[in-house]
Design a protein around this ligand. Structure first.
Ligand code: SF4
Ligand code: SF4
Length: 310
């Protein structure tokens, strides 16, 4: 019998016990938050891969939610049986580890677009700006590296961890209720982790706005959950909270947003087909994107208030 994996597991567990003994749960939160922020603020991996090697993302937001938060089960019931709770993806990844859902934490982050990228995209009327398209492709590559980095940092300290979006088991699915879906949603993890609420266009409105991307990792670590300063999943969207705005409807070049909501298929076709051709022919790389409804709108860079609506 090969005992090497068992020894590795024991070693990792020993490190985890040591880490827990030397760090309180609050300092575990600080430790994880610092690992994420340092990667984005200091690593050369955070790049648009353009001539000036500009940063893809500005300073991140980080939030935490408990693995046994009832929201994860509610998501499953709303989206479809294929949707994973935090415990399910952890258990699929580490079937040999016995763990209660309440001993897991979902670590979630928001990567805000830079001012340069937002400012470029504000002027667009049909296609994404070059910086926006680069953020979609090369920025997301940095986000993938951040997920891998967070998993590595945790595992090296004895905390088993998985990035659901990087799991070979992750797949796209069709939800009876919501259409295009998948086994894990970064935006839903961010909502559960106190980082924002959904807008009319289905983007997540965060304290740093809607022009951003999200990521998450599920780990066997106990970190106090971030307070959710909202009760309603549309709380930050002025259309739902005050009956005004709707500016994202006008920003969409293909009519994918209406007062009834977001047509995912229309949006997907514009992003992945029409825009992809434009990115290739005008910017010279294989990319895609849009983000017009995320820029030039009151919720672009903040939680909007009534005075922000023009
Ligand atoms: S632009 Fe206005 S209506 Fe659209 S998501 Fe933002 S706040 Fe809501
Ligand atoms: S990303 Fe573009 S196509 Fe999709 S809803 Fe927003 S503006 Fe419309």
């Amino acid at each position: 019998m090969d005992i090497a994996p068992l020894m590795e597991q024991e070693e990792a567990s020993r490190k985890g016990v040591l880490m827990k003994a030397t760090k309180g749960t609050e300092s575990l939160a600080l430790w994880v938050r610092t690992a994420i922020k340092d990667f984005i603020n200091k690593s050369p991996e955070n790049t648009l891969q353009n001539r000036g090697s500009e940063k893809a993302w500005a300073d991140p937001l980080v939030g935490f939610s408990r693995g046994d938060d009832p929201l994860y089960q509610e998501y499953k019931e709303m989206i479809g049986t294929f949707y994973w709770t935090a415990w399910e993806i952890f258990d699929k990844t580490f079937p040999e580890v016995e763990v209660e859902p309440g001993h897991l934490t979902v670590i979630s982050w928001v990567l805000p677009q830079t001012e340069a990228t937002k400012s470029d995209n504000r002027t667009q009327t049909v296609y994404p700006s070059e910086r926006w398209a680069r953020a979609r492709i090369y920025g997301e590559e940095a986000n993938i590296k951040l997920r891998e980095h967070v998993v590595r940092v945790l595992q090296e300290s004895g905390f088993e961890a998985v990035a659901p979006m990087l799991s070979p088991l992750w797949r796209r699915e069709k939800s009876d209720r919501y259409g295009l879906a998948s086994t894990w949603s970064e935006r839903h993890a961010a909502y559960a982790s106190g980082l924002g609420t959904f807008g009319l266009s289905e983007g997540l409105i965060t304290p740093k706005g809607k022009a951003m991307r999200v990521g998450s990792v599920v780990a066997r670590i106990q970190i106090p959950p971030t307070t959710r300063p909202y009760k309603d999943h549309h709380a930050y969207c002025l259309f739902f909270s005050k009956g005004i705005c709707g500016n994202c409807v006008q920003r969409c070049p293909v009519g994918a947003i209406t007062e009834e909501g977001h047509d995912k298929l229309k949006c997907f076709n514009h992003i992945r087909q029409t825009s992809a051709e434009h990115v290739k022919s005008h910017y010279g790389f294989d990319g895609y994107g849009c983000g017009l409804c995320q820029t030039g709108v009151p919720c672009e860079s903040k939680i909007p208030i009534e005075d922000d609506v023009q």
